[in-house]
Design a protein around this ligand. Structure first.
Ligand code: PLP
Length: 385
């Protein structure tokens, strides 16, 4: 019987209080950080707490996982040592020979891993334009494809893929659908509610939000055999996040809602202003009607279009690099999703084989005053033009 006397609090309320857990021993409103690597066995040879050894078992990690499961509307969640370890734990839980479909435009580190190490491990990796449902339909092989991987919005063009339609295509072929939702955050898109089986985050980005923790997360709608296998992969490969970093991640997630709303508002305003800038040839942002994924983004993103945008600089590669060199407030660095705004000449980091145009600057909008952000960028664009 459901407890109707208990109100169902909003996600942002629950996140702000880190689910409101109070430490039973001390009544502390911030739970302790559990650092022990090992746990006492009961005299009758049992382990009734469920804790045996900290490579698989840590209570602080479980706290973070409960928050992530709540944010994603998931049954289960897992915290890992990085976004890459989260993604690769999924792929390494497949069997050699399994066919997987992934996007052409995606986080370059994972694309490179799939092409090099994933294939070396025996995966049959196929990269397609997942924003085209026809291309996706043509790529999946019924009975052979085990996993369709999406990233939406995807690095660095912010390509949008229709999660619901992709889930139907994957499931009809007998494959699972996993979504890297790092850029959308659980605030803007909930892939599991749209039919995905697994959602993945580089928690280094928005979930933590302060550019001071490398972390990853997975969440799933079912605690099935595949999930259990991923959990074993995390345990045996030692991919769990350390308790101190997990504590920082929990602290960061308390303000996820505030930070993401502020970043979305700044990104939208910057996208609009930069669309009219003489030195900017194109603005790539799913919130703009000119973006090819705008209609799908309108349907599947709620509350904003994210804090990430890219611009193509009219003067080409040299002008783009000069613009990045000319800013003083924006920080010239890789990564995204922190409270400080970052700018990056993306092709320089992605290297050969990247679909990133050489004149592209990737912008991670932080939470600073948008007038300051625009003024700094405007000055640098004009000087480089
Ligand atoms: N997925 C996306 C969309 C990313 O931007 C990144 C990192 O930039 C990753 C995954 C990898 O995450 P991490 O750096 O935490 O391993």
């Amino acid at each position: 019987m459901s407890d109707t006397s208990k109100p169902s609090w909003a996600t942002r309320t629950l996140a702000a209080q880190a689910l409101g857990h109070i430490d039973a021993a001390t009544q502390a409103v911030v739970p302790p950080i559990h650092v022990s690597t090992t746990y006492i066995r009961d005299p009758d040879n049992q382990y009734r707490t469920g804790n045996i050894y900290a490579r698989p078992d840590n209570e602080t990690v479980r706290e973070a996982e409960a928050i992530i499961a709540m944010l994603e509307g998931a049954k289960v969640a897992m915290v890992l040592g990085s976004g890459m370890s989260a993604a690769t734990a999924v792929f390494l839980s497949l069997a050699p020979g399994d066919h997987v479909v992934a996007p052409e435009v995606m986080y370059w580190g994972l694309r490179n891993w799939l092409i090099n190490e994933g294939r070396h491990w025996g995966l049959d990796v196929e990269l397609v334009d997942t924003s085209s449902l026809d291309a996706l339909r043509a790529a999946v092989r019924p009975g052979k494809t085990r996993l369709v991987w999406l990233e939406t919005p995807s690095n660095p063009l912010w390509t949008i893929t229709d999660i619901r339609a992709a889930a139907d295509i994957a499931h009809a072929a007998g494959a699972r659908l996993a979504v890297d939702s790092t850029v959308a955050t659980p605030l803007l898109t909930r892939p599991l509610a749209l039919g995905a089986d697994i959602v993945m985050h580089s928690a280094t980005k928005y979930l933590n939000g302060h550019s001071d923790v490398i972390a990853g997360a997975l969440a799933a709608s079912q605690d099935d055999d595949f999930w259990k296998r991923i959990k074993r992969t995390r345990a045996t490969l030692g991919q769990i996040l350390g308790p101190l970093e997990t504590y920082m991640l929990i602290r960061g997630m308390r303000t996820l809602d505030l930070r993401v709303r502020a970043a979305c508002a700044n990104a939208m305003e910057l996208a609009l202003r930069l669309s009219n800038h003489a030195q900017v040839a194109q603005v790539l942002y799913p919130g703009l009607p000119s973006h090819p994924g705008h209609d799908v983004a309108l349907r599947q993103m709620t509350g904003g279009f994210g804090g990430m945008l890219s611009i193509r600089v009219r003067g080409g590669e040299a002008a783009a690099i000069a613009t990045a060199a000319g800013v003083t407030l924006w920080k010239r660095a890789t990564s995204l999703g922190g409270v400080e705004s970052l700018i990056e000449h993306r092709a320089s980091i992605e290297g050969a084989g990247s679909p990133c145009p050489p004149d592209l600057l990737r912008l991670s909008a932080g939470v600073e005053e948008v007038e300051d952000l625009f003024a700094d960028l405007d000055r640098a664009l004009r000087a480089a033009g």
